[in-house]
Design a protein around this ligand. Structure first.
Ligand code: MG
Length: 398
């Protein structure tokens, strides 16, 4: 902050919202299960900028207002309320008078905001405060992306205003408190009701009004489709997570190895507590990695006699269940077997089908690859088989 003037927010919530239709004013319609006003106030409370937040409501809306305040818990108890008037201009003036009665000094900065613009970010609020401190009054504006047209009475094109000098105006509008209060009092004394907003009103009484960058998220809920837009604004975004797995098992006396859930005849077998399938163990760890839920040894300790000789697809199915319980949808998995022998290629289709069945994936989403180690290292000396796996899982996004 560039100066220490107190900060206040005045929220105009007294309208009837007639354009949206229905018996409930738009500021009390629900978005993500909560009234629009709850979202608006929550965004004003979040950055802890304002010493006072005052909401101007319609005298009939006391119950609706209490319901909107309830989800905010203790933070909401600091919000004060006053009754509005017959017009928006009246309601703002009554709110400003209530702030004056509460002792808000003239040098304070007050943000005047519409209840029906629920998503004021901290960045926008800070821009508003700084712009008011610099200019005395300021409005959030957006450029006009489309060409503008003036139509005559017949609806024919009569001209194109220069859109470079035109802006869309949003709220919160920000003012030095003394200036905006004086302007509203003067408008009342003169009986003037022709102002479209508080910036226009204060400008009419000589106040310079600056501007600052608005925000697309400050859209106003006016029509039914705006409620849908607000729902989408709050919907969790989809995210992709990736998990990694690696496993090794050593050879011992035997006549087959388990790889990818398939028993492959071989001159030796792999040593392990379960069926010792390094591919499924690596894959299980990869899935657990996408949810930060430990590793296979934590969930199925080798010390537990229940897992002696167990088929490793049980471990894989358990990891898939854990991912699903956390809302994850497995997109694909990919594995590489490191072994001098046996050959994996002839068994690849069977592995893809088996793993796909356990994970609910089409075979083309199950990558199975194999490589030798060029006689290098423990794999190259045929002392064991290693496997690596990676899993891709989507979360959220409906
Ligand atoms: Mg293992």
């Amino acid at each position: 902050m560039t100066d220490s003037a107190p900060l206040a927010a005045l929220v105009v919530a007294a309208g009837r919202g007639t354009r949206l239709g229905g018996p409930v004013p738009k500021q009390y319609r629900r978005v993500a299960g909560r009234p629009v006003l709850t979202h608006t106030l929550g965004h004003l409370l979040a950055p802890a900028l304002f010493e006072q937040i005052l909401v101007v409501i319609h005298p009939d809306d006391g119950t609706s207002f209490s319901e909107a305040l309830a989800p905010l818990g203790a933070a909401g108890s600091a919000i004060r309320v006053c009754a509005g008037g017959a017009s928006r201009q009246d309601s703002v003036r009554l709110g400003l008078e209530a702030l004056a009665e509460a002792g808000l000094p003239d040098r304070a900065v007050v943000l005047i905001h519409d209840a029906a613009r629920p998503f004021a970010s901290e960045a926008v609020l800070l821009r508003a405060v700084l712009a008011a401190q610099r200019h005395g009054a300021a409005i959030p504006v957006l450029p006009v992306p489309d060409t503008l047209a003036v139509l005559d009475e017949a609806g024919h094109l009569a001209g194109n205003p220069d859109r470079n000098s035109i802006r869309l105006v949003q709220t919160p509008q920000a003012f030095r408190f003394g200036a905006v209060l004086a302007a509203h009092r003067q408008a009342l004394a003169e009986g003037r009701t022709d102002f479209t907003d508080d910036a226009g009103l204060t400008a009419a009484y000589g106040q310079t009004v600056g501007s600052f960058a608005g925000d697309g998220a400050l859209f106003k809920i006016t029509r039914e489709e705006d409620l849908d837009r607000a729902e989408r604004h709050l919907a969790p975004q989809a995210e992709t997570r990736t998990g990694l797995g690696y496993d090794v098992h050593a050879f011992t006396e035997g006549d087959h190895v388990w790889l990818g859930g398939v028993a492959i005849p071989h001159g030796r077998k792999l040593l392990g507590h379960s069926d010792a399938d390094p591919l499924l163990h690596a894959l299980t760890d990869a899935l657990l990695g996408t949810i930060g839920d430990g590793d296979i040894g934590m969930h199925f300790p080798p010390s537990d006699p229940r897992w002696k000789g167990a088929p490793s697809r049980l471990f894989l199915a358990d990891a898939a269940r854990r991912v699903a319980e956390r809302g994850g949808r497995i997109v694909s998995v990919d594995c590489t077997v490191l072994a001098e022998a046996p050959k994996v290629g002839p068994h690849r289709p069977a592995m893809q089908v088996l793993i796909g069945e356990v994970l609910g994936l089409a075979p083309e989403r199950v990558g199975i690859k194999a490589t030798t180690s060029e006689k290098l290292g423990f794999v190259g000396r045929s002392e064991g088989i290693a496997a690596m796996a990676i899993a891709t899982v989507m979360f959220g996004g409906g």
